[in-house]
Design a binder for this molecule. Structure first.
Ligand code: ADP
Length: 367
């Protein structure tokens, strides 16, 4: 086989669905698995067909519309997208797919189509459903009776006259409250995962978003006499494309932590474009660095890789503690958001001097 034949052989026999389409949305080619999912014997039968023609007997109108919208946004914005899709597997059973769609460009950089790679994640989805069911049960079976325990103990504490017994009831109450906080934090995290649209592409005004974060944290910083500063580089495009809700969530957690773990000095939010990372063949994409610097307690070097783990907290003396009042989920959420953006999170910190959290996020630039 020559190099071209080997390439075609690998492509045809690879697992997962591979396909490529023209700017009009019609298929130009695919591998065998992809043809089988459409109920066709050979990739050649797929060529020239549209999504509607191939899948009208498998998918609902809404599902087809969703696929068409994603394709169109990848091609018109010229940005890569990773989406969850529903469909059937090659045996005809319902299936979930994770699909990465990338724009295909000609030599002058114009988008002339898209390439898609889909992986069947039905098994992972089923496992995820079990996890979600478990967490919902946590709400009914554990949280509800715990709320009862807390309120009954509060009544008891109020009525009790004996000082020694009052002390014991107080201990029961604080332990019960701690467990209730734990349940609440698990539920907040699972709701965050369930509710946020991971790959939405929305146009947003970046300066407005930053101003709202600044305003939100200002009173907490003032209360601790900290200097809070926001700078955004002048070359920043006014409108960017991405998920402003998730960016906001990321920044609230980082700036909130910076204020929480700093007693003296400043918290600085610096946002700049990274021209050196710019891919000139994709002018609609830019890299933005969100840098949050504080002069707080810092994180020991050997613990820095642990702080983004779920439920990991350090107490004020920087020793590992799970009794800390923090929930230990803020940075886990930040990590998840940065990964969803295909970005990068860099943590630099020195005990007693402060920390710098930098998130480098690829975003679309609105025309
Ligand atoms: P939480 O703040 O609820 O404890 P996080 O996941 O946000 O949970 O952070 C995990 C741990 O990382 C915190 O308990 C804290 O010890 C440490 N940490 C996070 N941000 C900072 C910071 N800016 N300065 C010092 N320590 C930090």
């Amino acid at each position: 086989m020559n190099a071209y034949e080997i390439q075609a052989y690998v492509l045809e026999n690879s697992i997962g669905n591979l396909y490529w389409k023209g700017r009009d949305g019609r298929f130009l080619g695919c591998n065998k698995t992809c043809a089988a999912v459409a109920g066709l014997a050979s990739p050649a039968d797929v060529v020239g067909k549209s999504i509607e023609e191939l899948f009208f007997h498998i998918l609902s109108k809404e599902e087809i519309q969703k696929l068409l919208e994603t394709d169109e946004s990848v091609m018109s914005l010229g940005v890569e997208k990773i989406v969850e899709e529903v469909g059937l597997d090659s045996g005809g059973a319902p299936a979930y797919y994770i699909t990465k769609k990338s724009p295909i460009r000609d030599h002058s950089g114009d988008v002339i189509g898209l390439a898609g790679v889909s992986i069947d994640v039905t098994k992972q989805k089923e496992a995820e459903k079990l996890k979600i069911d478990f967490i919902h049960n946590l709400e009914h079976d554990i949280r509800t009776p715990f709320c009862g325990i807390v309120s009954m103990t509060e009544i008891l504490l109020h009525q009790e006259k004996d000082a020694e017994k009052k002390l014991l009831i107080g201990d029961i109450l604080s332990s019960a409250n701690e467990l209730l906080d734990y349940c609440n934090s698990v539920l907040i995290f699972s709701n965050f995962q369930k509710n946020t649209q991971k790959n939405e592409l929305i146009e947003f005004d970046v300066k407005k978003l930053l101003d709202s974060i600044f305003a939100m944290q200002l009173s907490a910083a003032k209360a601790k006499k900290l200097y809070l500063e926001l700078t955004c580089s002048s070359d920043m495009p006014k409108m960017l494309v991405g998920s402003p809700i998730r960016l906001k969530q990321m920044l609230i957690n980082l700036v909130g932590n910076a204020v929480k773990f700093t007693e003296k000095g400043h918290v600085k939010i610096e946002v700049q474009l990274l021209p050196e990372k710019k891919d000139t063949s994709v002018p609609e994409k830019c890299y933005v660095a969100f840098r949050i610097e504080d002069t707080g307690i810092g994180i020991p070097r050997e613990k820095q890789h642990l702080v983004t783990e779920k439920f990991f907290t350090l107490d004020q003396s920087n020793t590992v503690s799970h009794k800390n009042s923090g929930l230990g989920l803020g940075l886990a959420i930040v990590k998840e958001i940065v990964e969803d953006f295909n970005g990068e999170l860099i943590i630099k910190s020195e005990v007693g001097k402060g920390s710098v959290f930098t998130c480098i996020i690829p975003l679309g630039v609105s025309s």
